[in-house]
Design a protein. Structure first.
Length: 209
């Protein structure tokens, strides 16, 4: 019974959303979605937020107790979380408040620093990945070099055809492969959704049976 009731709720809710997408009726398009579903979503936000805070706090508490690798960084989580929460409760989130000051002068600079480091990491990863060890790797290397040269003035100085070739690479082989990947993702999502709706996929209930 503990698994049957959640399973029936998921199946019923999934079927209702399938009907909402394919049946353009006022009851489903307006009464169900805007008058029933959206208010419930707003009502669940606080509970989901509290659940997420408790879950991540328990995880970091367990890391500290077990002295897991790099457990010292969990103290930074608790310190940052408490400081940010107090700043939001005391000063609010208005412009000029403590919370916005922390966001603009601490979070944004650290975020920019992380993205800067990510750029160097991507450059080194590209260097390792673009070694011409096979025909496929050579094609990838040549295409990547052409696309990158087209983004800087040097590419135009080398040849006026570099931007045109780069655009062709992006519009034809790149777009074709991207569409193939998206189609595969879409078909996989549909297959997984059908398995959930039919009760075949039950891993979200805590077990496979």
């Amino acid at each position: 019974m503990k698994k049957t009731v959640p399973l029936m709720i998921v199946i019923l809710g999934g079927l209702i959303f399938v009907l909402w997408v394919f049946v353009p009726h006022k009851i489903l398009a307006e009464d169900f979605y805007f008058k029933f579903f959206i208010p419930w979503i707003y009502a669940m936000f606080p509970g989901a937020t509290i659940l997420g805070i408790v879950s991540i706090s328990m995880m970091h508490k367990s890391r500290i107790q077990r002295k897991a690798p790099k457990w010292q960084y969990s103290f930074f989580f608790f310190g940052g979380f408490i400081a940010t929460a107090l700043a939001g409760f005391i000063g609010g989130s208005q412009k000029g408040g403590l919370f916005m000051w922390m966001f603009e002068n601490m979070y944004m600079p650290m975020s920019a620093t992380m993205f800067s480091l990510l750029a160097f990491y991507m450059a080194t990863a590209a260097y390792r990945a673009f070694r011409a060890r096979s025909l496929e790797a050579t094609v990838l290397l040549v295409a990547a070099v052409i696309v990158m040269l087209a983004q800087v003035p040097l590419g135009m100085k080398i040849s006026k055809h570099v931007p045109e070739i780069s655009q062709w690479i992006l519009d034809v082989p790149n777009l074709a492969s991207k569409r193939g990947i998206l189609l595969g993702i879409g078909l996989g999502s549909v297959a997984t959704s059908l398995k959930i709706l039919l009760g075949i996929e039950r891993s979200y209930l805590g077990g496979g049976d």
